[in-house]
Design a protein around this ligand. Structure first.
Ligand code: MN
Length: 360
């Protein structure tokens, strides 16, 4: 018996808080669909019996009926797979849910209630609980739940099990484990992580921002007797990578380019790269950030360089060279402050940076 676990598609994300331009936001929305398409291809190819989708499949503010129709048509393409869907804080199953207008194929099972309900089959039972509003916080959700241990038991829930929050159904791990589900399909956290070997966050199917670095995809599981084998499948179109590049008094463009091409880029992905330049440079040396960005941009889908450099300041030299100008006056005034105080030394640094720039 094979199952595939995914979720947090966030179809119709607006990407309004992203640093990348609008055209890329459109591209990101298409990429989410491409990843869902490949998830369904995996279901077919691997002959998956059960597809578990653990909430936040879309953002309710922007999702359209045609988005939901497209999803249901995808599920129609896998008639031999049972699809189980819970709803999360971004796509709660409200009274007026657009799902009610969609003709769903018979292999799709929605959990429509904010309490645990179940679907029963010959070899397995699937339990799940959904949001019907943006917040889910119920007491004693496991009361009266007793499993039929002669079958495999799956449980879907959308919550933050690591940092519990009153808005997202708080769960007591001991209580959860005591019930004895064979597999717990979590949703909500976008970073893939295994809480235990059978309690797993597959993460968002497609990374949505620089907060979601690394590979993204879905979890393929198989029960052979009681043994559970788990495999993480990489299905995402893109990868977000944020790196620090430390410069110590010497910036070498070609070294940076080689690192980008050889170490930071995934050759089979759309790369979204953020480079933070750290360390220091001599004060007279200016980095042409735009020129570097323009050149390196050719190798990636999106590139962003943040200049977080400190400049080396030779104060003695500056004093000697600038006795009779504004730099000299500024240095003289600042010499009355205690430079061991980090606020004062930061003020000196920022002030000098500003004046030196104007004098170039
Ligand atoms: Mn969520």
């Amino acid at each position: 018996m094979k199952f595939l676990h995914s979720g947090d598609f966030h179809i119709a994300s607006s990407f309004e808080h992203s640093s990348f331009p609008k055209e890329l936001a459109i591209e990101r929305r298409n990429d989410i669909w491409r990843s869902i398409d490949s998830l369904i291809d995996i279901v077919k190819k691997k002959e998956v019996d059960i597809l578990l989708l653990s909430g936040d499949l879309y953002n309710e503010e922007y999702v359209t009926l045609s988005d939901l129709k497209r999803l249901s048509d995808l599920f129609r393409k896998i008639p031999f797979t049972n699809v189980f869907i819970i709803f999360g804080n971004h796509d709660p199953y409200r009274n007026k849910s657009k799902w009610k207008l969609i003709d769903l194929p018979s292999n799709v099972y929605l959990f429509k209630e904010d309490k645990i309900t179940k679907y029963e089959f010959e070899e397995y039972d699937v339990y799940g609980i959904s949001y019907i509003d943006n917040i889910l916080n119920k007491d004693n959700i496991f009361e009266n739940i007793s499993l039929n241990k002669s079958k495999r038991n799956y449980f879907l829930i959308h919550t933050d099990i690591i940092n519990t929050n009153f808005k997202y159904q708080p769960i007591d791990m001991n209580e959860l484990q005591k019930i004895g589900f064979d597999y717990i399909a979590l949703g909500h956290l976008h970073k893939p992580s295994a809480i235990a070997e059978n309690i797993i966050y597959p993460g968002s199917i497609e990374p949505l921002s620089f907060k979601e670095q690394g590979l993204h995809g879905a979890v393929l599981g198989e029960f052979k007797d009681r043994e559970l084998a788990i495999e993480f499948l990489d299905v995402s179109q893109s990868v977000f990578t944020e790196v620090e590049y430390e410069i110590d008094g010497n910036f070498n463009f070609y070294e940076l380019k080689d690192l980008l091409l050889n170490d930071w880029i995934y050759s089979d992905k759309k790369n979204y790269i953020r480079i933070n330049l750290t360390g220091n440079l001599p004060e007279e040396y200016e980095i042409d950030k735009e020129a570097i960005e323009n050149e390196l941009k050719n190798y990636v889908t999106y590139l962003e360089i943040n200049n977080k450099l400190d400049y080396n300041l030779d104060l003695e030299k500056l004093r000697k060279l600038n006795k009779n100008n504004i730099i000299g006056v500024f240095l003289k005034n600042m010499s009355e402050y205690d430079m061991n105080n980090p606020v004062n030394s930061e003020a000196l640094k920022l002030g000098l940076k500003a004046i030196l720039k104007e004098n170039k």
